[in-house]
Design a protein around this ligand. Sequence first.
Ligand code: FAD
Length: 328
Amino acid sequence: MNRQVLVIAELREGKLRQVSLESIAAARLLAGEAGTVFAFVSGADKEQLAAELLASGADRVFSAGNDQSTRTDTESVFRTVTRLITRLQPSAVILGHTAFGKDIAPRLAARMNAGQISDVIAIEQCGDTFSFTRPIYAGKAFEKRRFRQEPWVVTIRPNNFQPSDDHATNSVQPLDSSSFEAIEPEQPDLRTVVKHIVKRATGKTDLSEAKIIVSGGRGVRNADGFKPLAELADSLGGAVGASRGACDAGYCDYSMQIGQTGKVVTPELYIACGISGAIQHVAGMSGSRVIVAINKDPEAPIFKIADYGLVGDLFDIVPLLTEEFKRL
Ligand code: FAD
């Protein structure tokens, strides 16, 4: 079983997203020991990006970088990758289950006449093939799927596969023609163009990649109620999230919403403060490794899924936790 697997890497602000390194780890599994992992990246800093992808386990990197490509131009990426796929004929293509991946993957699957399994959280080998686990019914159950035939298109949920640590050293490996190839990007004649992207000035860790999340619900009472949560998150190097209840009440921005209609997160630690634990919220955070709930209602449903529960007022408990963590 030696497959050729292609990973479509994704950038944020010119840097590789963690989920792309996780996709390489997943691709290595599918490729098998003697298989080949190709990676495609579209970014300005071609050599550095290629070196990081190689250090994470890719065998060969194709880069269609140009100065424009730091933008989220999925149409150009889709067309460039389609050309590459025609040339490489990979058995499988892997992308992150992100807005970028969700945009490109189905188009690629249709173009390749391939099956697609999305939002994969685990991959198990079954003889010559693999079984792919994905959450269904908003995280209430898990299903295992298999492809009946190749090629495969797979999107993986962030924070579920362990990337190789080597890329962290950021050592720029010498690139040669066997490991790196610059290819021409397709420049489709689009009817709309992205002129510029206005970024929210949060400066905070991206929720979908955060290892620690402190989340607030309607129990925080108002926008100021998020301040102690932000201090706790800062002391832990984490990000701040929210329930839809808090967003709907105007306490915070919708970009912070976690849940069925918000972001799906899988951090190592999720601290839910003043969140009741409605099914739609749980759908977005139940994959967290350790869940801590702080709620003054001992009957709150969030305690059913929490590993640790603290019954009490979040405005008493959260500052105490911050003080303790700062001491560490
Ligand atoms: P509440 O349910 O009002 O809970 C507030 C909690 O705070 C209570 O448990 C209370 O005991 C506690 N509390 C109050 N004061 C304190 C204090 N001082 N200290 C400690 N605890 C305190 N919700 C999401 O979160 N994400 C989604 O993506 C989402 N999508 C939805 C999609 C649909 C189609 C629908 C119908 C709903 C969706 N919802 C979503 C809404 C969801 O059903 C809940 O209404 C929402 O999650 C409730 O938010 P909450 O827990 O902050 O508020």
